[in-house]
Design a protein around this ligand. Structure first.
Ligand SMILES: C[S@@+](CC[C@H](N)C(=O)[O-])C[C@H]1O[C@@H](n2cnc3c(N)ncnc32)[C@H](O)[C@@H]1O
Length: 419
């Protein structure tokens, strides 16, 4: 059957006045309206008599999408509705998933998406101008996204100084997510950073509460709340939140201080057993970096070298596809997603920056020219049949570590030969 039509319609945050005219027309033109019962209630004033309404309980998105696609495939004019914007944590993605599974050709049924006012925009309007600079949205629901992925995004967004909007901040099933999220963000923002709790925006019982990161109580949020955390420049003004369009030179968060040099009595030797395939960044392309890279390639690490220059060996490994060489200076963000970092340039300030940013991201770092700034040293190693011996002076005296290693190697080789 042909002629079917699927309109993905955004209902805005609540008040029908926030449904854009194009979406209203699409809704009026539909024969069948499919959606979560709460949202259908919200759209009730715009539905016309004679329209078939298929209301679904919460949490049945895929089934809803399947029903809507089936109806449209049968030639019906169907509207699928979502609160806020249909494309933002809404029904658009599940509908397209179903279309993909059914081998949709892009024409039949005809599909059109009608955008709307998402909760973030509605809350921002109430607050004044919290989104005056770069911002991002992160959902704290781990129903479809593993929590470690959510944490990684929180770290990246907080570290990069985005204004952060938290959708799905807290529910009965996951009462602790918002507290954990604010805790992560607080590692990168000052305690006085403005935070807003916008609940039921554009609905009859709307409430907006402005506070600070230090004072924010996660218990104020529920599933009807959107939380906005300002960036390092955001400020409160007469119960409003403003994020300037640019940076005014205010310091962006506390600088983590380097720990004192650990003596051997405080080192905690570990053996990394899963370096094969792990993403590792080596910053620097000289002889020191080459030595680190050689050892990493030997155990199968996924190495990325960031350096404007590189030794012959590093260039050759890159040409063979054994590592990725990015021939450019180090820049902030290069360590995101990496497991280990090596600061091995001949420039002190670059190595210090790498060490600082690794610490901010929780990435373990080795700092060639200032071992005490990093988290680990590479010991002198001897590998025998089924055994590895590592000797460390906690980075204080590598020559001595090598000498001890060599003496042990002689003894161990003899023992092995005898055994
Ligand atoms: C599944 S998401 C749906 C988002 C929706 N598609 C949108 O664009 O706003 C549900 C979350 O959106 C936020 N939300 C939706 N409507 C809201 C409103 N009127 N006021 C405050 N937050 C709202 C809440 O964080 C809620 O937990």
């Amino acid at each position: 059957m042909s002629g079917g039509m699927l309109a993905l319609v955004s209902l805005g945050p609540g008040d029908p006045a926030y449904i854009v005219p194009a979406a209203q027309q699409a809704l009026a033109a539909a024969e069948v309206v499919v959606g979560y019962q709460g949202y259908l209630e919200q759209a009730r004033p715009l539905l016309r008599p004679g329209q078939e309404v298929r209301a679904w309980p919460i949490g049945s998105e895929v089934k809803r999408a399947e029903e809507a696609v089936t109806l449209a495939e049968a030639g019906r004019r169907v509207a699928v509705v979502s609160g806020g914007d249909v494309g933002i944590y809404g029904m658009a993605a599940p509908v397209f998933e179903v279309l993909r599974q059914r081998g949709w050709d892009g024409r039949c049924p005809e599909v059109a998406v009608y955008p709307g006012v998402t909760a973030l925009q509605a809350a921002a309007a109430r607050l004044g101008a919290p989104l005056g600079h770069d911002f991002c949205a992160i959902s704290l629901s781990d129903l479809l996204t593993p929590w470690p992925v959510i944490e990684r995004r929180l770290v990246a967004a907080a570290w990069a100084d985005f204004v952060i909007a938290l959708y799905n901040p807290r529910s009965r099933r996951r009462p602790d997510h918002l507290r954990r999220a604010l805790g992560i963000i607080a590692r990168y923002r000052q305690p006085e950073t403005p935070v807003a709790f916008a609940r039921n925006v554009a609905r009859p019982d709307e409430s907006v509460r402005l506070t600070t990161l230090a004072e924010a109580d996660p218990a104020w949020a529920d599933m009807l709340t959107l939380v906005i955390v300002g960036n390092s420049e955001s400020y409160a003004l007469a119960e409003r939140m403003v994020t300037p369009r640019g940076y005014t030179g205010k310091p962006a968060g506390a600088e983590p201080s380097a720990p004192p040099h650990p003596g051997v009595e405080t080192v905690y030797p570990v053996v990394l057993t899963r370096v094969a395939g792990a993403p590792v960044v080596v910053v620097g392309g000289g002889q020191v970096a080459e030595r680190k890279v050689r050892g990493l390639l030997a155990v199968g690490a996924r190495v990325r070298v960031v350096s404007p220059e590189a030794t012959e060996a590093i260039r050759a490994w890159a040409a063979e596809g054994r590592l990725v060489w990015e021939p450019r200076p180090y820049r902030s963000g290069d360590l995101l997603g990496t497991r280990l970092a090596f600061a091995a340039t001949n420039r002190r300030e670059v190595n210090a920056q790498v060490a600082r940013e690794a610490a901010e991201l929780g990435v373990l770092c080795n700092v060639a020219d200032a071992p005490e700034e990093g988290d680990f040293h590479l010991p002198a190693v001897w590998r025998g049949e089924g055994v590895v011996v590592a000797v460390s002076t906690a980075g204080a005296d590598p020559a001595r570590a090598r000498a001890v290693r060599d003496r042990l190697a002689v003894v161990l080789s003899e023992t092995d030969a005898e055994g």
